[in-house]
Design a protein around this ligand. Structure first.
Ligand SMILES: [Zn+2]
Length: 122
């Protein structure tokens, strides 16, 4: 249920944003970047987000979750991006490396409907 609590957390952040901008009352779209080492399953997160967003009344929100590969800096100085976590540096084959990116799950963008746009739908 890791993804469920994460989805709840994301919904809270969106809610706070909506209140702070006061320009809208509905989410139109959200982009999330999920690192492949973050332990987050995009399909599962998307499922819970959809469920929670429905409850919040953000029924038309477009949910986009991008998988972010791991980015490493090798001791040889080479920086590389990989989804092959079990192979070493493509240049020197070593595993002495430092993770730069790929272990986090972050919100990249949040978009809202303008309050006025609700008139267009009526
Ligand atoms: Zn290397």
């Amino acid at each position: 249920m890791h993804e469920y609590s994460l989805a709840k957390e994301i919904a809270n952040i969106v809610q706070e944003k909506i209140q702070s901008v006061e320009a809208s009352n509905a989410l139109s779209g959200i982009t999330i970047k999920a690192g492949i080492l973050s332990g987050v399953f995009p399909d599962s997160l998307s499922f819970y987000l959809e469920m929670i967003f429905q409850d919040m009344g953000w029924t038309n929100a477009k949910i986009s979750i991008e998988s972010v590969p791991a980015k490493y800096a090798c001791q040889c100085g080479y920086i590389y991006v990989t989804e092959q976590l079990l192979s070493g540096c493509p240049l020197c084959n070593r595993f002495e490396r430092h993770l730069i990116e790929g272990d986090q799950c972050i919100i990249e963008t949040i978009e809202f409907y303008a309050k006025n746009s609700h008139k267009l739908k009526q």
